[in-house]
Design a protein around this ligand. Structure first.
Ligand code: NAP
Length: 248
């Protein structure tokens, strides 16, 4: 039995674990950070919670005899991705990295680019937006706390355990996929005048970009964090073939 550690937290990771984990001779372990209260999980061994940095991951990989690490975390999970890389280098256990392709900026409707959530907050303040849709969950909302004149619509999977540090907001608990008509209706109902988004890629949450464009609502895009320059799979079937070849 070859044990494969799948670092998850994305729809693709669940689907891959369900498919690849069922193969003869493979023992898949699906790992979650454990922050979402009711996450989607695959039908294989699941573990939750951090490993304790790169050193903790090195210990986990050695102690549980992992043959390969598959990093299928979200494109913004840069710390986990760096830890996976470091643990792979330290242990010699190969790393297979999947990265969901990014959304492309329409040439005729350019985004305002932000490097970080704090940078997005600076842009929101400078542009004088008044009713802003924060569509990327609760992780980064604190970056907007100094904008006390701005009202925020915050959308995430789980309601917050403690109120976000925003002067004025409404929290909407919702899980994609979302459709364009519903996204337009949402933005109109709340009279949103700007959308702040991450470039998550994929089909589940792209409708907000189409809706904002149709409504001429400006988009502030928090660009993807830079990740180490190494081989990346952007296609699940190619990742599957590479894994099959390696584990043969
Ligand atoms: P991050 O900043 O890269 O990770 C922070 C810490 O959380 C890591 O150092 C690690 O703790 C732990 N961690 C992250 N992913 C893990 C995993 N799959 N299994 C075990 N521990 C994990 O990542 P994040 O932005 O907080 O994202 C956390 C998880 O949510 C990821 O799995 C990601 O795929 C998913 N997610 C993130 C976003 C987003 O916008 N960031 C969106 C959707 C889903 P230790 O150092 O203690 O090991």
């Amino acid at each position: 039995m070859k044990r494969v550690l799948i670092l998850g937290g994305t729809g693709e990771a669940v689907a891959f674990a369900n498919d690849f984990g069922r193969r003869a001779g493979i023992g898949a372990v699906y790992s979650l950070a454990g922050r979402t209260r009711t996450p989607a999980v695959p039908d294989c061994d699941v573990r939750r919670g951090g490993f304790g940095g790169a050193e903790g991951l090195v210990r986990y990989v050695a102690n549980t005899q992992i043959a390969a690490i598959v990093d299928m975390t979200h494109p913004y999970a840069a710390r986990m991705a760096a830890n996976a890389r470091a643990a792979s280098e330290a242990t010699g256990v190969p790393l297979f990295k999947y990265l969901r392709p990014a959304w492309e900026e329409p040439p005729d409707a350019p985004w305002r680019h932000a490097e970080t959530a704090s940078d997005a907050a600076r842009i929101v303040g400078e542009r004088g937006f008044g009713r802003v849709f924060l569509s990327g969950g609760l992780n980064d909302v604190d970056a907007f706390s100094s904008l006390t004149e701005v009202w925020f619509l915050v959308r995430g999977i789980d309601p917050p355990e403690t109120a976000p540090a925003l002067a004025s907001h409404h929290f909407l608990a919702a899980r994609g996929p979302f459709g364009i008509a519903a996204e337009k209706a949402l933005m109109q109902a709340w009279r949103v005048d700007a959308l702040v988004s991450k470039n998550s890629g994929g089909g589940a949450t792209v409708a907000k970009l189409h809706a904002a464009r149709d409504l001429a609502i400006p988009i502030v895009m928090i660009d993807r964090p830079r990740q180490a320059d190494h081989a990346v799979y952007t296609d699940i079937s190619l990742l599957t073939v590479a894994m099959e070849n390696f584990l043969r």
